[in-house]
Write a protein of this length. Structure first.
Length: 412
């Protein structure tokens, strides 16, 4: 049955006096609407977080660790961040900077996010931050730490929670220089910002001969030619950075080539908990610099490894650990401002103080809002059960700042 709407009651003609009064009232209402409203900052009723990462393609396996950690953190905290109900908007950048930028723009302009998190790859982060920066939205990088954003391009809205890209490579270079007394090394990394940062960091601490330095395309998966180059150069060691699926292919091909019988292989972010199962025994004995190892003996890390492994049935990687730390950082900062996330100066000040306990142990932000932290040497081992994992072989660089902080105009 269709219900007919009631007929409208005719409006009687207005008198001149009535018209004048109405015009005055309308002008007053318009003036009131245009006048700035100054209200004290109040606690928000929720927080919306954008989370951009690589969830498909060769880097998709990395993205799973970030999302598993973020979802578990929220589940463990009743779906609340800093006491506020939290909503996560996930976006797959597909390892394409232009897609990352589109996602960031959409999350800021359409989804109205309060904070942006994620970012595994540096080229995606650098392409994506312009819109959130202009909108005054804090960005918490859970992995990428490109040199340009640590130095002259630093920004008070960016917090690099994981590291500055050079750090792990610096520690590996220092290890080969100071402890292994290595004379010559061949370098290999993808041709993008993080690859160049890693090799630059290694050379900052390794002072021996560079037997070769090659930068294949970021999407390359066949490394037969590069491995042959390394074999022909006959260096005392090779140092590679091949993240995600690139690392799986490279280490497998390296083992099959036989070059590794003559040239020890060192790496950063090539063999990790994301790639280790796929690489298999070919990775046993490999050593690398890292800011995180699952056997770090602090209470926060023990608890994190316990709850993560119980939930997901795999040992957390550094990517999961960094995301867990980023969530704890944001949670602590929101609590410090009593939920008043609209008060951006107060929220940024709270984030800078890093009010959380890191699974890495001691953690603090430098003036460029990149971490000062310890880097360890870790090694791939096979446990009694046959499972592959990592163990700490000692600290290499303690309380280590990045080399670009002096170029950042931000001060304490």
């Amino acid at each position: 049955m269709t219900t007919r709407p009631p007929e409208a009651t005719p409006t009687p003609p207005s008198t001149p006096t009535h018209d004048a009064s109405r015009r005055v009232a309308l002008k007053a209402a318009a003036a009131a609407a245009l006048a700035p409203v100054i209200l004290p900052a109040r606690a928000a009723d929720r927080i919306k977080i954008g989370f951009i990462n690589t969830f498909s393609g060769p880097g998709g396996g990395l993205g799973k660790h970030y999302r598993d950690a973020m979802d578990l953190w929220l589940e463990s905290n009743g779906g609340r961040m800093g006491g506020l109900p939290a909503e996560i908007v996930y976006g797959d950048d597909q390892l394409k900077p232009e897609v990352g930028k589109q996602l960031a723009d959409r999350m800021v302009e359409r989804d109205r996010i309060d904070v942006l998190m994620g970012f595994n790859f540096s080229n995606v982060l650098m392409a994506s931050v312009d819109t959130p920066f202009k909108a005054g939205i804090p960005v918490l990088s859970c992995n990428a730490g490109p040199a340009p954003l640590a130095g002259a391009g630093c920004n008070p809205l960016l917090f690099a929670v994981a590291f500055q890209n050079d750090g792990a490579a610096e520690s590996t270079g220092a290890y080969l220089q100071q402890q292994r007394k290595t004379d010559s090394v061949f370098l290999l990394a993808p041709n993008y910002q993080a690859g160049k940062d890693m090799m630059g960091g290694f050379k900052r601490y390794f002072k021996g001969k560079i037997a070769g330095e090659v930068y294949p395309a970021l999407n390359q998966l066949d490394f037969a030619a590069e491995i042959a180059q390394i074999g022909a150069a006959k260096p005392q060691a090779a140092f590679v950075f091949m993240p995600g699926g690139l690392g799986v292919n490279f280490v497998r091909q390296w083992a099959q080539s036989g070059v590794g019988a003559q040239v020890p292989l060192y790496s950063v972010f090539t063999v990790d908990h994301v790639t280790l199962k796929a690489i298999g025994d070919a990775a046993v004995g490999m050593q690398m610099g890292s800011h995180y190892v699952e056997d770090l003996p602090n209470a926060a890390n023990r608890r994190f490894v316990e709850v993560f492994t119980k939930k997901h049935a795999y040992v957390p990687s550094e990517y999961a650990a960094q995301t867990w730390d980023a969530a704890n950082l944001l949670d602590g900062a929101i609590r410090a401002v009593n939920g008043k996330i609209e008060d951006k100066p107060a929220l940024l000040a709270a984030l800078r103080r890093a009010p959380f306990t890191s699974v890495r142990g001691d953690f603090r932000f430098n003036t460029n809002q990149f971490p000062v932290q310890t880097y360890y040497l870790r090694e791939v081992v096979k446990g009694p059960s046959g499972a592959l994992g990592f163990v700490t072989r000692g600290a290499v660089l303690k309380d280590h700042p990045d080399p670009y902080v002096s170029q950042c105009p931000m001060k304490a």
